[in-house]
Design a protein around this ligand. Structure first.
Ligand code: GDP
Ligand code: MG
Length: 598
């Protein structure tokens, strides 16, 4: 075991700049995966990851590389999720490394998460190897991007590796650069064991498997280990490295990265960021930086068919075995019946889980609009953490409501600063500062309520800047706001699952827009359906869905059976995501309309 021959590195980048493709190429070029077994983006193992081309879970793989100096090196490659929902996972992956390959797309240049990830890597004191990717594309401008990396990130980029992860050009240069520029791991092989958990997942046959970086000491087969933050303990059932095939080893030594099979049955016992030590000879201090991940976005999930409530509970239980960030509690809605209020790290996490519930568990769900966690201070000095708008107490009982705020950083070319200003101000954002990172890149910093960000902000930002703006954010804290509950009434009855919390000054406008939208979304019924938006019993806006005149089949004069069948199927399709509330059929879209601002 020779730490001087080990290099631990992550690949970081803005989303779509080519991290996963680059990881694939490294596996191929080092002969870790035979070409015929090469499947695109081999490290993105979840189906949804592969389809959406995003990385959700980190993965760590060891490859062997014989450098130009004739020596063989162990390169531990840690692929990180690029999306802002998973920033904490990225930060733990970086804490497991000495180096980071910073991938920048030669056609896009530096974007918001390039900056955010580069800052994280610098704060973690990593050796940064800049890499300019996609140089095979005709629109590539490697020289311009080099200059931008130096100006915007203050990272020397004259020697940046020029690469095409697609064709493989430059990947060898990258491996050489990693061997020479990334420091080998330090640490004390004879000290008490401290291993950082930077990822974990639940394997139905073997229990929870943790990915770890051994910072001090060593870890052997059969060891009795302890988790310092959660105080659980376990016996190691197996350990080793992924190559990416699993390779068992007698031990993981100081500086190594590998997997540990714990046999524990719940991933929340083995948390990312926790430190593993020996049960009998524990280290005195855990490694720094552990924190509990907190859900930020909450959604009501209701089965469309009533008998799917138990299957939904079982599915959530199964998914949370593998996802400590997923939290849920039972919820009852007058309109939708029994369901669950589920908390997520962000909108992407939410979409992925909703998709998995439907796809992997065959559930048919109706989701309410996402909302944030409010802190409601009552006049009797009590404080409630509110996850569900319909549970807001009567205004007369409330002393103050606080909502979560973010620090939002936007990178944009100077021409679009005005557009970003207009949009952000309309979202209750407070301007903090503006920096020219380079002549072509401006950074705008805002403080903004999370509730405004989840309302379609990202799409609006993209469309108002022709796609040039990129965005990164972090949680800032809670601030008081003048908030009210906007109720939606269908056929005179309030529909609890459609109510949402909004700033008082915006209630009138949003009520008007939403009733107009719902008028188009709610299908005609046999009777007239008034739609009203109200705050505290006062109606702010009203629209009406007129009664249905003809049966759909009336259109099919003549005996065109296939057309008739198609129409019926179409109707059925539409019904699938519909829930009858009172006597009114309300489709899924109605709940999502709450998020669309215009
Ligand atoms: P990630 O989000 O950073 O993991 O990015 P991916 O590896 O998923 O790549 C995003 C997209 O860029 C995919 O469609 C890739 O095929 C494409 N891509 C990645 N590297 C290259 C490259 O060097 N050249 C070209 N032309 N396309 C690339
Ligand atoms: Mg990826």
């Amino acid at each position: 075991h020779d730490p001087s021959r080990i290099r631990n590195f992550s690949i970081i980048a803005h989303i779509d700049h080519g991290k996963s493709t680059l990881s694939d190429r490294i596996l191929e070029i080092t002969g870790s995966v035979a070409k015929r077994d090469m499947q695109q983006q081999i490290l993105d193992s979840m189906d949804i990851e592969r389809e959406r081309g995003i990385t959700i879970k980190s993965q760590a793989v060891r490859v062997l590389y014989t450098a130009h100096d004739g020596k063989e090196y162990e390169l531990n490659l840690i692929d990180t999720p690029g999306h802002v929902d998973f920033t904490y996972e990225v930060s733990r992956s970086l804490a497991a490394c000495e180096g980071a390959v910073l991938v920048v797309d030669a056609t896009q240049g530096v974007e918001a998460q390039t900056l955010a990830n580069a800052m994280m890597a610098m704060n973690a004191n990593l050796d940064i190897v800049p890499l300019i990717n996609k140089i095979d594309l005709p629109a590539a401008e490697p020289e311009r991007v080099k200059a931008q990396i130096e100006e915007a990130l203050a990272i020397p980029a004259q020697d940046a590796v020029l690469c095409s992860a697609k064709t493989g050009v430059g990947v060898q240069d990258l491996l050489e650069s990693i061997v020479y520029n990334v420091s080998p791991p330090q640490g004390d092989q004879h000290a008490a064991l401290r291993a950082l958990i930077f990822d974990s997942y639940f394997d139905p046959y073997r229990g929870v498997i943790a990915f770890v970086r051994v910072v001090d000491g060593y870890l052997s087969q059969g060891d009795h280990i302890q988790f310092m933050a959660t105080h659980n303990d376990a016996l190691i059932e197996d350990l080793g490295v992924k190559t990416p095939a699993e390779l068992s080893l007698p031990s993981l030594n100081v500086g190594d990265v590998g997997f540990v099979v714990t046999g524990l049955k719940d991933v929340s016992l083995v948390k990312v960021g926790d430190t593993i030590t020996h049960f009998d000879t524990p280290a005195s201090e855990p490694l720094a930086g552990y924190r509990d991940v907190k859900p930020m976005v909450f959604v009501g999930l209701f089965p469309i068919e009533g008998d799917q409530f138990e299957p939904l509970r079982e599915a959530l239980e199964k998914l949370s075995l593998n996802d400590p960030a997923l939290v849920w509690e039972q919820e009852k809605s007058h309109a939708l019946g029994f369901g669950f209020r589920v908390g997520f790290l962000g909108l992407l996490h939410m979409e992925v889980i909703e998709e998995r519930l439907e796809r992997e568990f065959g559930l048919n769900l109706l989701a309410t609009a996402p909302s944030v966690e409010y802190k409601v201070y009552l006049r009797n000095k009590e404080c409630i953490c509110l996850h569900s708008p319909q549970e807001l107490p009567d205004p007369s009982e409330i002393a103050q409501i606080e909502e979560p705020y973010l620090t939002v950083k936007i990178l944009v070319p100077p021409d679009y600063v005005g557009a970003v200003m207009d949009l952000s101000v309309s979202r209750r954002a407070t301007f903090i500062t503006m920096n020219y990172l380079s002549p072509t890149t401006v950074e705008l910093v805002w403080e903004m309520p999370l509730s405004e960000l989840i309302m379609d902000y990202f799409d609006k930002l993209k469309s108002s800047t022709k796609g040039y703006a990129s965005l990164d954010y972090e949680f800032l804290g809670y601030k008081p706001s003048n908030l009210v509950k906007l109720d939606i009434l269908l056929a005179g009855k309030p529909v609890d699952a459609l109510s949402f919390i909004i700033h008082k000054d915006k209630a009138y406008e949003r009520g008007r827009i939403l009733t107009e939208k719902l008028k188009d979304i709610i299908p005609r019924q046999m009777f007239e359906v008034p739609i009203q938006a109200a705050v505290g019993g006062r109606v702010l806006a009203r629209e009406t869905v007129r009664a249905k005149r003809k049966d759909v089949l009336a259109k099919c004069y003549g005996g065109d059976i296939s057309r008739k069948r198609k129409l019926l199927e179409k109707q059925k399709e539409g019904k699938k995501r519909m829930k009858s509330i009172g006597n009114v059929d309300v489709p899924q879209e109605a709940f999502m309309a709450i998020l669309k601002v215009d």
